[in-house]
Design a protein around this ligand. Structure first.
Ligand code: R5P
Length: 300
C-alpha cells in the first residue's frame, strides 16, 4: 500500500489554463490519440518528415534485385530509416522485432507482375496489423486503371477498419504505364486518396507544379522513389520534392539498389531532415560510400 498523500500544499496552478494538445502532421489535428501516436512513429515530430524505406516489392514481383536476402541487405539499413514499408511475411520472418522504427505494412495484393496489377484486393486483416503493432497500412490505388473502383474500395474499407483501431492508411497512387505522371494526374490521384480517407499519400515527383500536388492534398504527401537512377539524380529529386512540400520520401530501389545503400540512405536523410543542398549530400554519399564499402560488399 502506498503511504497516504496528506500534504497540505498541492500545486494546481489554477491561473494557468491547460495547454491545448497540438499535433504537427498535416491535417491530423483532429485524429484520435492512437492514430496521432502512430503517425509520430513515421514522421519525426522535430522535422515533420520521414525517410521511409520501401522493401515491399516482393508482394507482386518476388525476389527483386537488392532484396534477394533481406536479412543480409536490408536489416543493416533499418537504423537509418524512420519507417520501414514491408510485407507482413518479411516482417515476421526476417525483421528484428526489437526495431524501434515505424512499420508500414503492405495490406493489398493479389496479382503478380505477370497479370493486371490493378486487380488487387485487401490482403490483410487489420486484426493482424494490430497484432504486429504497425504504424500504418499501405494500399495501392489505381486511379485511371482497369480496376480503379475496386482499388479505391480496398482503400476505403481499410480506412474504416483503420479508424476502428487507430491505424492510419497510406494510399499509394499506382500509375499505370499508359498514364502520364504530371501534376494534373497526380493532383487528381492524391486528392482522391485524401478525400476518401487516407491519412498519408505516396506519389511520384513531377515537374512542373509538384508544389500544387502537395498543396492540394490535405494530408502529408511522401515522394515515391521509382526506378533506379543515379545517386545524384535521386538526391536531386528528393530535394526538389521536399522543397515542393513533400513530407518525406518513401524510397526503395534508389536506396537498396545503390552501389552503397547505407551511404545513400544517410545522404537522403540529410536532404529530407536537414534540407542539405544536393551537392553536399552527394559529397557525403561519396565519403560514406568508401567508409561503408567493405561492410556493404560483405552484406550484398
Ligand atoms: C509501389 O508500388 C510499391 O509499394 C513498391 O513495392 C515500392 O514501394 C516501390 O518503391 P520504389 O519505387 O522506390 O522502388
Amino acid at each position: 500500500m502506498p503511504e497516504a498523500d496528506d500534504r497540505e500544499s498541492k500545486d494546481f496552478s489554477p491561473e494557468v489554463p491547460q495547454s491545448a494538445r497540438v499535433f504537427f502532421a498535416k491535417g491530423a489535428a483532429s485524429y484520435d490519440w492512437g492514430m496521432q501516436n502512430r503517425l509520430a512513429r513515421i514522421f519525426r515530430p522535430d522535422t515533420g518528415k520521414t525517410v521511409m524505406l520501401a522493401i515491399d516489392h516482393g508482394y507482386f514481383q518476388g525476389p527483386t534485385t537488392g532484396l534477394e536476402r533481406v536479412d543480409l541487405n536490408i536489416v543493416p539499413l533499418v537504423p537509418y530509416c524512420d519507417a520501414l514499408m514491408v510485407t507482413r511475411g518479411i516482417l515476421r520472418t526476417v525483421i528484428p522485432s526489437a526495431m524501434q522504427q515505424g512499420i508500414v505494412v503492405r495490406a493489398s495484393g493479389g496479382p503478380s507482375i505477370l497479370k493486371e496489377l490493378s486487380n488487387e484486393q485487401i490482403a490483410m486483416d487489420l486484426d493482424d496489423a494490430s497484432r504486429l503493432g504497425v504504424s500504418a497500412v499501405a494500399v495501392q490505388v489505381f486511379v485511371g486503371g482497369e480496376f480503379e473502383t475496386q482499388s479505391v474500395h480496398n482503400m476505403t474499407r481499410l480506412v474504416d477498419e483503420g479508424y476502428r483501431r487507430g491505424i492510419p492508411v497510406l494510399g499509394v497512387t499506382a500509375v499505370g504505364k499508359e498514364l502520364v505522371r504530371d501534376a494534373r494526374y497526380l493532383g487528381l490521384a492524391t486528392r482522391m486518396c485524401a478525400e476518401l480517407g487516407a491519412q498519408i499519400v505516396k506519389t511520384y515527383y513531377c515537374e512542373p507544379d509538384f508544389e500544387n500536388v502537395t498543396a492540394g492534398c490535405p494530408v502529408p504527401v511522401v515522394m515515391a522513389g521509382g526506378k533506379k537512377m543515379t545517386e545524384k539524380d535521386a538526391l536531386v529529386m528528393a530535394s526538389r520534392a521536399i522543397q515542393g512540400g513533400a513530407a518525406g520520401v518513401d524510397m526503395g530501389r534508389n536506396i537498396f539498389q545503390s552501389e552503397s545503400p547505407a551511404a545513400m540512405i544517410q545522404a537522403v536523410r540529410k536532404v529530407v531532415h536537414e534540407g542539405m543542398p544536393v551537392d553536399d549530400a552527394y559529397d557525403l554519399y561519396q565519403t560514406l560510400r568508401h567508409e561503408f564499402a567493405p561492410q556493404t560488399a560483405g552484406m550484398r
